[in-house]
Write a protein that binds this ligand. Structure first.
Ligand SMILES: [Zn+2]
Length: 290
C-alpha cells in the first residue's frame, strides 16, 4: 500500500499533490513481468495517474501513452477509491541504463501522444490529448495539463529499480498554478523545483509525500490523504458483457469454430475460461438485446 496527498499552498495560489506507490509498482512489475526500463516507465505512469485520481470524487481516470519507442503503449488507470492498475504492450523491452538512469524516454519514444480520459460516472466522459515532448512521462503529463486542461503544472515522477529488477522507490509530486498566483511566486516555485534533488533520491532518504511538498512550500494546507493499492476490477461478468457487446455475428463465429475461449486480463493477468455452453447463453442474450 502507498498513499497520495493533495493540498493547497500559498493560500490557495497553488494546488499540490504527492504520492508514494512503491508497493503498487512492484506488484504490477511481478504480475506483468516488467523489465527494468518498463518498470520505470509504467511506475511513472502509475504515480502520475494516482495524483490525477485523487482529484476525483467518483469515477476513474485513464492515462494512455502511445509512443514510437519499443514499449509501444502504456495504460495506467486510477479510480476515486485509490485503486490503480496498469499495462504495457511490450513489457520485456530491455534498454541498459545510460549514465546510471533507465532511459524511459527512449523506451517510450519521443513521437506519439499522451491522452487522459476521465469517466466521472454522471456525465459524458472527458478526454484530452497532446503530442509527446520527451517520452519521459512527467514532462509530457505537465505539458498535457498545461495545454489541454489549461492548468499550468509542474510534475516530477521517479522510480528506482534495484539490480535484481525489484522496485526500491516510486512516487512523485505535482504542483498546479491557480489563477491568483503571482509572477514572483511562479518564478520562486520554478527555482525551488529546479534545485530539488530527484524524487527517487528524496524517497530513498526517507521523505514522505508530504515532506517532498514541504521542501517546495513551507505553508501547505493538506486537504486529503488517500491510500493507493493495486486492484483490478475485471470480473467474469465484465468479460461476458464485453462478449455480448461483440454482437451476434461474432459469437456465432466463435461457436462455429467450436473452441472454448480463454481470455486473459491485460492488467492483472487473470484468466477467464468461457465454455461453449456459456457462449451460447451470451448469444441468446445478444439476440434479446438486438
Ligand atoms: Zn484484471
Amino acid at each position: 500500500m502507498g498513499y497520495v496527498v493533495r493540498g493547497l499552498a500559498r493560500e490557495g495560489h497553488f494546488r499540490v499533490f504527492a504520492v508514494e506507490c512503491k508497493e503498487v509498482v512492484e506488484e504490477v512489475r511481478k504480475l506483468q513481468g516488467l523489465s527494468p526500463v518498463a518498470t520505470a516507465a509504467v511506475g511513472r505512469a502509475l504515480a502520475g495517474v494516482a495524483m490525477l485520481a485523487v482529484d476525483l470524487k467518483e469515477g476513474k481516470v485513464l492515462l494512455q501513452i502511445q509512443g514510437d519507442g519499443p514499449l509501444k503503449e502504456i495504460i495506467a488507470e486510477g479510480d476515486a477509491k485509490g485503486n490503480l492498475r496498469a499495462t504495457v504492450r511490450n513489457p520485456w523491452v530491455e534498454i541498459p541504463p545510460e549514465k546510471g538512469k533507465l532511459p524511459v524516454g527512449k523506451a517510450v519514444g519521443k513521437r506519439g501522444y499522451l491522452s487522459v480520459a476521465k469517466d466521472l460516472g454522471f456525465k459524458e466522459p472527458y478526454q484530452g490529448s497532446v503530442n509527446l515532448i520527451s517520452g519521459e512521462i512527467a514532462e509530457d503529463l505537465a505539458y498535457y495539463l498545461t495545454v489541454s486542461e489549461q492548468i499550468p503544472s509542474a510534475v516530477s515522477l521517479g522510480v528506482l529499480v534495484d539490480t535484481d529488477g525489484s522496485v526500491l522507490q516510486a512516487g512523485g509530486f505535482m504542483v498546479q498554478k491557480m489563477p491568483d498566483a503571482t509572477e514572483e511566486e511562479v518564478i520562486e516555485l520554478e527555482e525551488k523545483i529546479k534545485a530539488l534533488p530527484p524524487v527517487t533520491r528524496l524517497l530513498s532518504q526517507g521523505y514522505k509525500p508530504e515532506d517532498m511538498l514541504k521542501e517546495i512550500f513551507p505553508d501547505i494546507e493538506f486537504l486529503e490523504t488517500r491510500e493507493v493499492r493495486h486492484r483490478c476490477h475485471c470480473s467474469l461478468k465484465r468479460v461476458e458483457e464485453a462478449l455480448i457487446a461483440l454482437g451476434e455475428k461474432e459469437l456465432e463465429e466463435i461457436l462455429r469454430e467450436g473452441k472454448p475461449l480463454e481470455i486473459t486480463c491485460n492488467f492483472c493477468k487473470r484468466t477467464y475460461n468461457i465454455s461453449l455452453e456459456n457462449i451460447k447463453k451470451l448469444l441468446e442474450e445478444a439476440k434479446k438485446r438486438g
